[in-house]
Ligand binder design. Structure first.
Ligand code: NDP
Length: 387
């Protein structure tokens, strides 16, 4: 493999750090162009200096001075603000990791896609909110979009050598999260600290809460709908608590191909980083004899209504997935701040979706406008629910 330029959007997060870990193990093969964060100046500056990045960007403009100071004498340039983020994403790196959390990742991800190079996509919220527009941008620019979410990366691997028109079913597996066996009454009492403690995966706070409500699987269903055009009726969700099978593809001859591995995000990140080759990782090899058994069960949409809401949103199409995502981001933030209870997250999403009818988005500006209105509505609903 020749030396490639890389940019990491969301370099200080869980996926960003996994990516840097892998890059650092084979540093001669990568030249880091830009690393970005929201306001975690220390971690960003440390990573930028260690990996000899050309540019470090914080989106929170009030952090610019601190970043500049932290980078003084290092040769790494500092920048701040949302426009700087989008410009950094458009530098034309050979390989860009899109790992910002939330819809905030949409503009820079689109900017990277428009360069026509390779974009590894972890930021599922951007695809949920602007799926068709984003896939159009991929087709127009000729970019290669590699899914990083472990389920979609698994499906991508299962499809290698197969034809999408021969797929009869795609099964996204779900761990069921930390409250898989909880009653509704028990879920009513759970705290943010319990919700961010995922049984199998180590992840950022927002996606951990999404896993606990299973909204994560709902967002992934929408993500899969855009990435793998087999039709919604062919997309299924199966709870598999051990998180060993990351997803499966069944072909029309009834052959099912699954991808398995230890639950470590560095495996799908490595698959996207080395694609179409393979690279070594420090991850634990899969020991099926030690694991002993694999369990499966159907998801319970009564206890996890987010699954029902996400499927309904993708069926409705138009603005519905944008509203679902925006309301969920606000509700999760309110839950993490201790303002609302756990069960209220899905209630807020449902309420905000039911409040208004929006026109379908035709351009990215429409997505921003719908996202902003839905966020305002969600804040209002969350305030009404707060005790
Ligand atoms: P983290 O919360 O750990 O990290 C988020 C990153 O985004 C940080 O670098 C953060 O910067 C940055 N960021 C936060 N808010 C903004 C903003 N408004 N503008 C610009 N940058 C911002 O998230 P994860 O790494 O867990 O997840 C990232 C994405 O990947 C999410 O979309 C998630 O759903 C997806 N994903 C994550 C997986 C995981 O295992 N963690 C697995 C599969 C998908 P700062 O540190 O300064 O706040």
């Amino acid at each position: 493999m020749t030396c490639r330029t890389v940019t990491i959007l969301g370099a200080t997060g869980s996926v960003g750090q996994s990516t840097l870990d892998l890059i650092g193990r084979d540093a001669d093969r990568y030249e880091v162009l830009a690393l970005t964060a929201h306001n975690n100046v220390d971690a960003l500056a440390r990573a930028a200096i260690f990996h000899q990045a050309k540019l470090a960007i914080v989106t929170d403009e009030s952090c610019y001075g601190a970043l500049k100071e932290a980078l003084a004498g290092s040769g790494v340039e500092a920048a701040a603000g949302r426009e700087a983020l989008t410009a950094g994403a458009a530098l034309g790196a050979d390989w860009t990791m899109s790992a910002i959390v939330g819809c905030a990742g949409l503009a820079p991800t689109l900017a990277a896609i428009r360069q026509g190079r390779t974009v590894a996509l972890a930021n599922k919220e951007s695809l949920v909110s602007a799926g068709s527009l984003m896939m159009d941008a991929v087709a127009r620019s000729g970019a290669t979009l590699l899914p990083v979410d472990s389920e979609h990366n698994a499906i991508f691997q299962c499809l290698a050598g197969g034809r999408i028109e021969d797929v009869s079913r795609i099964t996204l597996t779900a761990s069921g999260g930390p409250f898989r066996t909880f009653s509704l009454e028990e879920m009513r009492q759970v705290t943010p600290a319990q919700a961010v403690r995922h049984p199998n995966w180590s992840m950022g706070a927002k996606i951990s809460v999404d896993s606990a409500t299973m909204m994560n699987k709902g967002l992934e269903l929408i993500e899969a709908y855009h990435l793998f055009p087999v039709g919604l009726e062919r997309l299924h969700i199966l709870v598999h608590p051990q998180s060993v099978i990351h997803s499966m593809v069944e072909f029309r001859d009834r052959s099912t191909i699954a991808q398995l591995g230890s639950p470590d995000m560095r495996i799908p990140v490595a698959s996207a980083l080395a694609w179409p080759e393979r690279m070594e990782t420090p991850c634990r090899p899969l020991d099926l004899a030690a694991i002993g058994r694999l369990d499966f069960e159907l998801p319970d949409v009564d206890r996890f209504p987010a699954l029902r809401l996400a499927r309904a949103a993708v069926e409705a199409g138009g603005a519905a997935p944008i509203v679902l995502n925006a309301a969920n981001e606000v509700a999760v933030a309110a839950f993490l701040a201790g303002q609302i209870g756990f069960l209220e997250i899905a209630m807020i999403v449902e309420d905000v979706i039911a409040r208004k009818a929006y026109d379908a988005p035709h351009a990215i500006e429409d997505v921003w406008a719908i996202d902003e209105t839905a966020r305002r509505d969600a804040v209002k609903v969350a305030e009404e629910m707060a005790v």
